[in-house]
Design a protein around this ligand. Structure first.
Ligand code: FAQ
Length: 326
């Protein structure tokens, strides 16, 4: 159905026979693999999306990492530690998937640290109390799953396969977050207030995770034609609201939206849009924690230089020893 729409980046004319054949493969539901021919725009879009996704997983360790030393029990600490480690693993699968498109991890990191590549807006918000660990797991991982489950069917093989494993782990993350919220919501009055406060602060930033409204989305149309994206930003946001509101009700918490209302006609909740000005400000680097997050990543990258140098030197030594033995 999209055959006429798709053009390579920078090519305003008709599709070439190669592009037509490529689109026919996508339309037939075939998977594209690293060695297959692909339009340059398809490759670039994937590098952008997978790279940003990888960076999000890595930067996303920081807000929760902040609470590992202050978890209220040994069990909670072990669970949080495992979750944060899982996020590192997700970042690594995704960097590997991006590398199959001909970009190195060093280059992706360079682009993150220079501000050329983005990471999810949500990780520029602070985690102020233990209840935020509940809200991040429940809402942020919940939104991540809503977005990532369809990506298991994305057209690029290495990305789709990485998503299968990531989604399994994300569901555990979401459950552990909801479990924290449940304990807090059923706890003392002070704990219940903390849970409500965390929901108040994370609700709208979680809605922003799905990206700008469909009208403002730059890439959706082409990305959907290429099946890099399966749903629009607004479709996924609505699904998230529909799924999450009853969960908040079950917790006895109130979603901070006066306009939130079940709509019998549409079969969905009506809800208020987030403050899109705030979203674009955060994307421009002006969120509460942008500077801190990038600084932490820069420091980690520089501190790890000796490990990378050591690995390369060791590899070279082994190679030389092999050459000498031959
Ligand atoms: N934050 O045209 P669209 C996680 C940018 S994983 C920052 O609609 P697109 C796990 C967008 O890049 C969370 N930037 O873009 C976890 C574009 O700018 P550009 C990450 C955003 O790509 C949990 C511009 O706005 N998940 O949380 C955002 O078609 C807990 C125009 O937007 C993924 O990356 C945003 N929220 O749709 C880890 C999933 N939204 O690049 C630790 C894969 C939009 O032209 C703890 N990605 N922008 O300069 C996607 O599905 C898509 O990339 C969207 C955006 C839906 C995020």
């Amino acid at each position: 159905m999209y055959a006429q729409m798709v053009k390579s980046e920078g090519n305003s004319g008709e599709q070439t026979p190669e592009e037509e054949a490529f689109q026919a493969r996508i339309d037939a539901g075939e998977r594209i693999e690293p060695k297959d021919w692909m339009p340059e725009g398809y490759r670039k879009t994937l590098v952008r999306q997978i790279g940003q996704h990888a960076h999000s997983e890595i930067v996303g360790q920081l807000p929760e990492g902040n609470w590992i030393t202050r978890a209220p029990t040994l069990e909670r600490k072990a669970i949080l530690l495992a979750k944060v480690q899982d996020e590192a693993g997700h970042g690594l699968y995704l960097y590997c998937a991006a590398e199959t498109l001909g970009i190195s991890r060093d280059e992706l990191t360079r682009q993150l640290l220079s501000g050329k590549m983005k990471y999810s807006s949500i990780f520029n918000y602070p985690t102020l109390t233990w209840a935020d660990m509940g809200a991040v797991g429940w809402l942020v991982d919940g939104a991540a799953i809503m977005n990532q489950v369809p990506l298991q069917r994305t057209s690029y093989g290495p990305y789709a396969r990485a998503m299968v494993r990531i989604c399994k782990e994300e569901s555990f993350h979401q459950r552990q977050g909801y479990d924290i919220m449940m304990k807090m919501a059923q706890g003392t009055e002070a704990q219940r207030r903390m849970a409500q406060d965390a929901l108040n602060r994370f609700w709208y930033p979680s809605l922003m995770m799905f990206g700008p409204s469909d009208k403002e989305s730059v890439h959706s149309e082409q990305s959907m034609a290429w099946k890099i994206k399966i749903n629009t930003n607004d479709e996924l946001r609505q699904k998230f609201v529909d799924q999450t509101v009853p969960q908040a009700e079950y917790l006895g918490l109130t979603v901070p939206d006066e306009n939130l209302k079940w709509n019998e006609e549409t079969g969905h909740y009506d809800y208020s849009q987030p403050d899109w000005q705030e979203f674009f400000d955060v994307l421009r680097g002006n969120g509460p924690c942008n500077t801190e997050r990038l600084e932490a990543r820069r420091e980690a990258w520089e501190d790890g230089q000796w490990v990378r140098d050591g690995m390369l030197a060791h590899g070279e030594k082994k190679r030389m020893a092999k050459v000498a033995a031959e």
